[in-house]
Design a protein. Sequence first.
Length: 148
Amino acid sequence: MIWSVSVGKLEIDDIGLESLVDAFYARVRADAALGPIFNDAIGDWPEHLEKLTDFWSSVMLTSGRYKGQPVPAHMKHKAQITPELFARWLALWAQTTDALMIPEAAAALQDRARRIAQSLQLAMFIRLGGRPVPHPCPTSSVLQADHG
């Protein structure tokens, strides 16, 4: 992928994705709602950040570096995760990508994150043969309402 250059903004490449992941998860760790969940779940942050950078490299650059399984990883923490927290995560992701990435890259990363979040929520909250758990929340209103 080739992206136009905006002064001071990152592109979707290995350096841009690593910088984005580091900055975003620093915000997540400090967030009042998301921080406690992530900080309890992650034992080795440097290793986890490397894995997440590999994930986004695989998703956006088709590098094939990520070898994990996101659904089982998130299912381990299902009792602590709600659709509202997905919305909060997505809003924080949008803020971070808008701040750090060139506009085209930010839009592409946000779109992909929304799709991934929707898939994870379907896997976590929808029961076959039963009633669905609350409908996923909008992507930006939660964080803006708290911090906008």
